[in-house]
Write a protein that binds this ligand. Structure first.
Ligand code: ADP
Length: 408
């Protein structure tokens, strides 16, 4: 769809990402051919690649995002945690730096207490992460996390963290102008997860009140002011028993950014472009207001029970509509979903005056959304939004897997 709508398009290579979307010389060539002077990196592929940002900087092309330096600091999760600590942001208890051997791992695990989580320093997408419930589990968790990290990121450095038993995933959206001004746009609650990957997101979080939001939001905004952060960023936390624990920072726009747009009335991509063009932030912290409630469902081309990918041709496409309803998607009737990429094919975002109205509207939208020819996760959402725990907002990051396990 984006190619059909674009004024100009350039072929950057064949479908395998390594030969096109991840191929920096080809992207530079496309800029040269079209005379493009800026690149918006989206939220996948090279969007958090410091080397890419650096190469664009060197070639006088604007990267619509932070500096390569900030991407680098936050891209390594061990360094990011250290930076967060220095900036006064609370972090999950864990190892100081990388784990180099089994003896050290056992010692650290004993001091923070089991269960522990082995995490990849270069991690992303939930890969390279293994739980060890006992000392006996730890050696094998270390080995498998390392192997997975090496295969996925070409870097097998790992670190240890306390494995939290019932946290919510709450993240703070921030914006900086690169000159020391930074604001926060509240939180998103992304606790509904499968395999450490987000499935549904909402804003505001059912678990926070205005005071808690303001406190953590301002802590993060002040930290971003200190490092003179530029552009959009998200600081991710686990939230358990009233305490926040930093896990990582994403130095880019996120898939779930629309829920923030719906409750703040701000266009986050426009804000990114404005900042990249050297404009100041379009509003002050005092001017940020939150109104109503928004929920996003990630519609994936997958079997809703087995989660097996379901690429193929969409034979019928009927999206829902109406007040407070937004469908972000490049799919349409006749479109063939390629097997080469992520299975996310669209996002259904619904807003309401309050959480209850939002949920009622979402139920209606899910029943109206028809996609034929492939399998999608719509039936899963249809079932989830009727569950009392979702309706009450009383779910943590382990809820969905427990629920799916019970059903299976
Ligand atoms: P990735 O970069 O791979 O997405 P994150 O560090 O952002 O990894 O964590 C992804 C998810 O993994 C979190 O939202 C949470 O569900 C789970 N997770 C991460 N750290 C912990 C922890 N210390 N305890 C429990 N769950 C965790």
């Amino acid at each position: 769809m984006h190619v059909k709508l674009a004024d100009e398009s350039v072929c950057i290579g064949p479908p395998p990402a390594a030969e096109s979307y991840l191929n920096i010389p080809r992207l530079l060539a496309a800029c040269e051919i079209t005379g493009a002077d800026a690149i918006h990196p989206g939220y996948g592929f090279l969007s958090e690649n410091a080397r890419f940002a650096e190469i664009l900087e060197e070639h006088g092309i604007t990267f619509i995002g932070p500096t390569s330096e900030h991407i680098r600091i936050m891209g390594d999760k061990i360094q990011a945690k250290e930076t967060a600590k220095q900036l006064g942001i609370p972090v999950v208890p864990g190892s100081d730096g990388a784990i180099t051997n089994e003896v050290q791992a056992q010692r650290v695990a004993k001091s923070i207490g089991f269960p522990v989580l082995v995490k990849a320093a270069a991690g992303g997408g939930g890969r390279g992460m293994k739980v060890a419930r006992t000392a006996e589990d730890l050696d094998i968790a270390l080995k498998t996390a390392r192997a997975e990290a090496k295969a996925a990121f070409g870097d097998d450095s790992v670190y240890l963290e306390k494995y939290l038993s019932h946290p919510r995933h709450i993240e703070i959206q921030v914006f900086g102008d690169g000159k020391g001004n930074a604001i926060h746009l509240g939180e998103r609650d992304c606790s509904l997860q499968r395999r450490h990957q987000k499935v549904l997101e909402e804003a505001p979080s059912p678990a926070l009140n205005a005071e808690a939001r303001d406190k953590i939001g301002m802590t993060v905004a002040r930290a971003m002011q200190k490092i003179k952060y530029r552009g959009a960023g998200t600081v991710e936390f686990l939230y358990e028993d009233g305490e926040f624990y930093f896990i990582e920072m994403n130095t880019r726009l996120q898939v779930e950014h629309p829920v923030t747009e719906m409750i703040t009335g701000l266009d986050l991509v426009l804000e990114q472009i404005r900042i990249a063009a050297g404009h100041p932030l379009s509003l002050t912290q005092e001017e940020v207001t939150f109104s109503g409630h928004a929920i996003e469902c990630r519609i994936c081309a997958e079997n809703p029970t087995t989660f097996r990918p379901s690429p193929g041709r969409i034979t019928y496409w009927h999206p829902p509509g109406g007040l407070g309803v937004r469908v972000d998607s490049g799919a349409y009737q006749g479109y063939r979903i390629p097997p080469n990429y992520d299975s996310l094919i669209g996002k259904l975002i619904v807003a309401g005056k309050n959480r209850n109205e939002c949920l009622m509207r979402l139920r209606r939208c899910l029943s109206e959304f028809v996609i034929d020819g492939i399998e999608t996760t719509i039936p899963l959402f249809t079932e989830l939004v009727r569950h009392p725990d979702i309706a009450n907002g009383t779910y943590d990051i382990h809820w969905l897997e427990r629920h799916l396990g019970l059903k299976g």
